[in-house]
Ligand binder design. Sequence first.
Ligand code: HEC
Length: 283
Amino acid sequence: MKKFKVTIEKSLILGLTAVHFLSSCGKGIPEESTTTVVSDKVFSVEEVLEMVAIENDVTRTLYTKGIVGAGKKQGLKFDEDWQDDKVEAGPLPALFLRGVSSSIRKSSVPLGLYLGSDFPINASNKFEGKQAELFKEIKKNQKPQFFYDDAQKVHTAMFADLAVAAPCVNCHNDHVSTSKKDWKLGDVMGATTWQYPSDSLSYKEAVGVLNAYRNGTKDIYNAYLAEIAAFKSSPKPSIGKTWPTKGFYLPTAEVFIDSVRKLTSYKSLEVLVKKGAPVTIAN
Ligand code: HEC
């Protein structure tokens, strides 16, 4: 039986597999050997932004349902002014996302993230220009939109932000500063806008983008746990492996991220499989 020497490299977080069949034919002559030159830049910017948008969808839904929705039932509070010393509360979903965004900005990865809408609570989140135009398309068909922003010199991708849970709709409809009071479950409430300077990325850069997002999640989640640790008058939930659906608990950042990882890996892999991971084969 013929045996092949197979080396499997697993990329850090995507579980990607690149397989190299090493040359083993003793009689091989140079003309017959196959050399596949794989470009370093294997991902288009669209593919990478699509993957990080999946990660964001999962993180956002998990935070909104698993932490904010379930936590409120246990008596936890979430507030716009959660960082105010006098307010003992956690970040609202949009501010959780903004926390991720500002952590990415502080990293060395040139990825931009912004959450906008046509009917925002916060006027500074209102889409303008090209983004406002494309957001109209997103509202119609919920499909992502990609364009090159000439003024800012960045590739831009926009993904629908849906009212995935009751708290999204209730909070926005009832908010004092709301510009729309009839949001319904499933509505396109806004769009996440992602920006990246180059049109293609290497594995290392793609993994860097996903890690920057994940580290951002960890940073803002830990900032929330630090806020709880500093509570003076409110009761503090126990922090560990358990979620607030089970009682007065909160998961640690590791447990939270681990759930994100489990829920995203399959979807991210689908994007990669569609693309076809680079496989070098030589016998
Ligand atoms: C408890 C209240 C609350 C919940 C729950 C909530 N939001 Fe928001 N949301 C806000 C506030 C307040 C802002 C404005 C934050 C700021 O100052 O930028 C906001 C901002 C946004 C924005 C940016 C545009 C705007 O309105 O300023 C979008 C889009 C958005 N939320 C969608 C959602 C979705 C989708 C969900 C559920 C996954 C959700 N929100 C859950 C209160 C909430």
